[in-house]
Design a binder for this molecule. Structure first.
Ligand code: NAG
Ligand code: NAG
Ligand code: NAG
Ligand code: NAG
Length: 967
């Protein structure tokens, strides 16, 4: 695993460091396998990845308001770097495509007539025998035998190079890597101690009210008889709110532990029948959101608390899980006849092609409702939703912030005052009553306490200092106060917003609202006998969350790199109280799309409970939730555009309407694709399933257009993604409609992309076509890109991240190679390839080529300036049909390939440590070469040289004895 800028590594990692990349050893792969961009096509790949996220702090040291859900988690740990570049010495000399060693998931053809297969023989027997006969050394892990869904096996090879032997056996459809997913991490987590704990939301059912679940509960709808499988860290079924036991007749009816407590993702799982989790807790929180019984001290209840739950435990107490286990859990859930499977896990992906994405999608397409988290990577911007939630037919779930946030009140003594709310989940740890001192009597001062306090200032050690926000950092103000002995301070807002703030090491300071600060200063000027104290219990109250009811800023933005509509729909996931294993405290508040996902699984259970557990209902669930969802604004003002569908999906689920609507609209999503592949003519069907005549009006309600790129750059915009109010125009075949009971109508829509936005921002436009009857509003959501994905630059060829141009080779001494250079390829005397992806690519490939290759790379001609003039102008030579070619370019041999890689977040990058071997295990002969890096542009044809971006390295001389006469 790569280490990114060490500077960031500690204080600033907010979330998981994960992601997934694939490596494809395709040296001898038949040409027809190249470059498929199909949904379930066979791919041979291994997989890994990483990335890092950090909170940005503005120049005045104030946390951007929209980042508060993230900032809460680290609000005293934000003294962080906003470094421009990653220092060269920080680049570790190892491959940062860490492949789960030699492990592959091989998919078999189930056709009866595999050549060479004995009659009546299972494909497993035939194929494993065939490998053994070829001398391949391997170990078989999970065997999958779900015809129509997935048949195959997880294979660990003795020798990586044998992967090509696997593929040469008839009946092998696909070889995919078994990659790693990090354990799900909530964005924010706080263990509740008692019902009077300050962090308990006062209206614990606010999430149910937001989504109509309270009304369904009032109707006696609780998901009775529906089976839900939770694929997670296991469940503490001993929890009283979760039934107290496991087995038939209990809430948790069963399950399976695929891994055991000690499993970390890198060691051997120790499975057993007991999915108990009393050490991790994530799955227990998920289970409570879905199924907690109401009779508990906090009076919370699960969305579908009479459903039956199975716990599939795939994480140990800490660590990761590998893909082969997720696939096994998905298939066991299916064979256990679970109606709903829910997975609050994943990693930033951008593509729809990972093994677990593919299998989850197949389950969803054949009648299991599958809900999966969209991801918590909102800060990284667009094109970044998680797999397996990216699986084409699964329901990828966005998060909405709960409407209340728990803040503390300071108590005022000496003068009547109801309490002064301050921005903190926990009481400031300050005993006693404090007289106040204001650093300025002017409550409009813009730079209060930015300079050292005047000599006339008294010793502040006995005072609570009141200071106004603005101009300099909070830490600067607090430092000046500390210079006068002051240790306790309230900073009052100057209109920038009531949010968590960064006070560095000053833990006895926090933000209060402007009006409270002005009042305190007036009391100070008046010489009122006022003191302030900080109650250590009972001071908490439910402050209306400024972002409550909005999409959580941490929700990952779609769409996928291949323009699939992700996320699909939102559910409450920010600031959610639920169960925790008894030994870990029994209850906790957590935030994340992990929390939104079981909410939607519970919603699906309510739907199936009412409409029947049929395949038809399951297949209709996503459209029903999408078309009946509530559209959400991008902020609380009247003038702000609706939030982009790339983050809210079709909106916040309204379970009551989804179940009781008398108007069915299909499909739920209209994907218009990019400009090159634009499908502006769309249609949808409206059906009146009610018992009365309905008169509908249809109209267009645009969402903000997501400006997904920083203008004029090759870099995606960070979240919150800027929105423009240039909207698409929508022409409908009818704007009003009368339907008798049972009648339906097909409406066509002609959607024209917006104009006016800078094309370099790759605007993703979206919105809603609303269909309103006298009593109901439903909608269809559309999404399209103004611009063409093929024009998006994949490889970062700037110096923005490192201070020197990339891609680059780094030599054994750690220097960037700028001219011809020799390597022995022995030990560490190998080049290290350094690259960074500004956008995802379906194929990234390193090949070794002749030094005088006739090729004009698309990227950075600087690498050619090493005395080989023939390279300057000539075009590719195209040796069609020869064995040693790839995408029309003659190669000496393939070094490395990886497929379906997400883009890199800020300061993320890839390194590849070359060895003395080609990818197929043969030795690289002595000689002079260049390294050719190529990436396929999105929607590009992988057989065409012109559809790749390319970069040629300076000449490398390979001379094992260390001498050379030519390079
Ligand atoms: C593969 O490795 C296993 C375990 O180390 C060993 O038992 C087996 O003989 C090896 N197979 C081959 C063909 O090398
Ligand atoms: C887990 O690991 C610990 C420490 O190595 C060991 O003592 C314990 O027996 C292991 N538990 C299981 C179930 O293997
Ligand atoms: C906290 O202060 C606010 C505003 O002064 C007040 O409305 C609220 O009742 C107080 N809550 C508690 C628990 O003191
Ligand atoms: C601010 O008000 C206090 C209290 O009335 C007074 O003692 C102090 O002199 C005032 N400061 C200035 C700069 O006017």
């Amino acid at each position: 695993m790569i280490t990114l800028c060490a500077m960031f590594a500690n204080a600033t990692v907010l979330d998981r460091i994960d992601g997934r990349y694939h490596r494809l050893l395709r040296a001898n792969e038949p040409p027809e396998r190249h470059g498929e961009l199909c949904r379930f096509c066979g791919r041979r790949r291994t997989h890994e990845g990483f990335y890092i996220k950090r909170t940005r702090v503005s120049s005045s040291g104030q946390v951007c308001p929209a980042m508060q859900a993230l900032a809460l988690f680290v609000q005293f740990a934000l003294a962080i770097c906003v470094s421009a570049t990653v220092p060269l010495p920080n680049i570790e000399r190892k491959t940062s495509f860490p492949i789960v060693p030699n492990k592959f998931i091989v998919e078999f053809d189930t056709a009866a007539d595999i050549p060479g297969k004995r009659s009546g023989e299972a494909p497993h027997t035939h194929i494993l025998r065939s490998w053994t006969e070829r001398g391949v050394g391997f170990h078989v892990g999970h065997k999958y035998n779900a015809p129509g869904l997935f048949v195959g096996a997880a294979i660990t090879l003795n020798n990586t190079y044998d992967v090509k032997q696997l593929g040469q056996t008839s009946g092998v459809l696909a070889i995919r890597p078994s990659f790693t997913y990090q354990a799900p991490k909530p964005v924010f987590s706080h263990v509740i101690t008692s019902p009077s704990d300050p962090a308990v939301p006062p209206e614990t059912q606010s999430t149910h009210i937001l989504t109509g679940v309270d009304k369904l509960h009032a109707q006696g709808i609780f998901g009775t008889g529906v089976n839900i499988g939770i694929i997670d860290t296991g469940i503490d079924y001993t929890h009283p709110a979760l039934g107290g036991a496991i087995g038939p007749g209990h809430k948790i009816v069963g399950g399976y532990d695929f891994v055991g407590d000690n499993y970390t993702g890198g060691n051997t799982p120790v499975p057993d029948d007991d999915p108990l989790d009393q050490c991790n807790g994530h799955g227990t929180h998920v289970a409570g959101i879905l199924g907690a019984d109401p009779d508990n001290p906090f009076n919370i209840s699960g969305v579908a608390y009479e459903a039956s739950i199975r716990a599939y435990r795939i994480f140990g107490c800490t660590g990761d899980v590998t893909d082969d286990i997720i696939v096994a859990a998905l298939l066991l859930g299916r064979s256990d006849k679970q109606d709903v499977l829910t997975l609050s896990l994943g990693g930033a992906d951008g593509w729809t092609e990972s093994t677990s994405s593919v299998v989850a999608s197949r389950l969803a397409a054949t009648g299991t409702v599958v809900t999966i988290a969209a991801g918590n990577d909102g800060a990284t911007g667009s094109w970044f939703t998680s797999g397996p939630g990216n699986g084409v037919d699964v329901i990828s779930v966005a998060s909405l912030d709960n409407t209340v946030i728990q803040l503390q009140n300071a108590t005022v003594h000496g003068v009547a005052n109801p309490g002064i709310p301050y921005y903190d989940l926990w009481p400031l740890p300050i005993p006693g009553e404090w007289p106040i001192y204001a650093t300025s009597n002017d409550t409009t001062i813009i730079d209060d306490a930015c300079d050292p306090l005047p000599d006339s200032t008294p010793d502040l050690s006995g005072f609570l200092t009141v200071v106004r926000r603005g101009t300099c950092t909070f830490v600067q103000k607090l430092t000046n106060i500390a210079d006068k002995g002051g240790n306790v301070a309230l900073i009052y807002d100057n209109g920038n917003g009531f949010v968590p703030i960064d006070t560095g090491t000053f833990t006895n300071a926090t933000l209060i609202q402007a009006a409270d600060g002005i009042w305190l200063v007036s009391q100070f000027i008046a010489g009122a006998p006022i003191t302030i104290s900080f109650p250590q219990s009972g001071g908490s109250f439910g402050f209306p969350d400024p972002s409550g009811g909005l999409i959580s800023s941490f929700t990952s933005y779609g769409p996928t790199n291949d323009m699939y509509f992700k996320p699909a729909v939102a559910a409450p996931g920010g600031n959610i109280l639920s169960t925790l294993p008894v030994p870990l405290g029994s209850y906790a508040v957590m935030s994340g799309t992990s929390m939104a996902t079981p909410f939607l699984a519970g919603s699906a259970a309510l739907l199936l409970g009412v409409k029947g557990k049929t395949t038809a209902v399951a297949l209709a669930a996503r459209s029903l939730f999408e078309t009946t969802a509530q559209t959400i604004g991008s902020d609380h003002t009247d003038v702000a555009p609706l939030q982009t569908a790339t983050q809210q999906g079709a909106g916040l689920v309204d379970v009551f309407t989804a179940i009781h609507t008398e108007t069915l609209v299909t499909p739920g999503q209209l994907v218009l694709n990019d400009t090159a592949n634009y499908k502006g003519f769309q249609s949808f069907t409206v059906v009146n399933v009610g018992k009365t005549v309905k008169n509908y009006t249809l109209n267009h309600s645009p969402a903000g257009t997501a400006l997904t790129y920083q203008p004029g750059t090759i870099f995606p915009a960070d979240g919150p993604v800027p929105l423009s109010t240039n909207y698409a125009t929508v022409k409908l075949s009818a704007t009003s409609l009368t339907l008798h009971p049972g009648q339906s109508s097909i409406i066509s829509a002609h959607i024209t992309p917006p104009s006016g936005d800078d094309p370099s921002t790759f605007p993703v436009f979206s919105g809603f076509i609303k269909i309103q009857s006298e009593t109901e509003t439903t909608h269809v959501t559309y999404l399209g890109l103004k611009g063409s994905l093929k024009d998006v630059q994949v490889v970062d060829n700037t110096s923005a991240t490192f201070g020197f141009d990339i891609p680059a080779l780094i030599d054994a001494a750690g220097d960037v190679q700028t001219g011809p250079q020799n390597y022995t390829l022995l030990g560490s005397d190998v080049p290290l390839g350094l690259s960074r992806l500004a956008f995802g690519t379906a194929i990234l490939r390193y090949d070794l080529v002749q030094p005088d290759i006739s090729l004009v790379p698309t990227l950075d001609p600087r690498s050619l300036k090493d005395g080989n003039p023939v390279l300057e102008r000539n075009l590719f030579s195209f040796p069609h049909g020869k064995p040693n070619t790839f995408a029309q370019v003659s190669i000496v041999g393939s070094l490395f390939e990886i497929d379906y890689i997400p883009r890199d977040p800020e300061n993320g990058y890839h390194t590849l440590q070359f060895s003395a071997q080609f990818a197929n295990g043969t030795d690289i002969p002595t000689g002079n070469y260049r390294i050719l890096l190529r990436t396929l542009t999105v929607t590009g044809d992988s057989t065409q040289e012109k559809d790749f971006e390319s970069w040629l390295s300076p000449i490398i001389g390979v001379f094992p004895n260390g001498t050379s006469d030519s390079a």
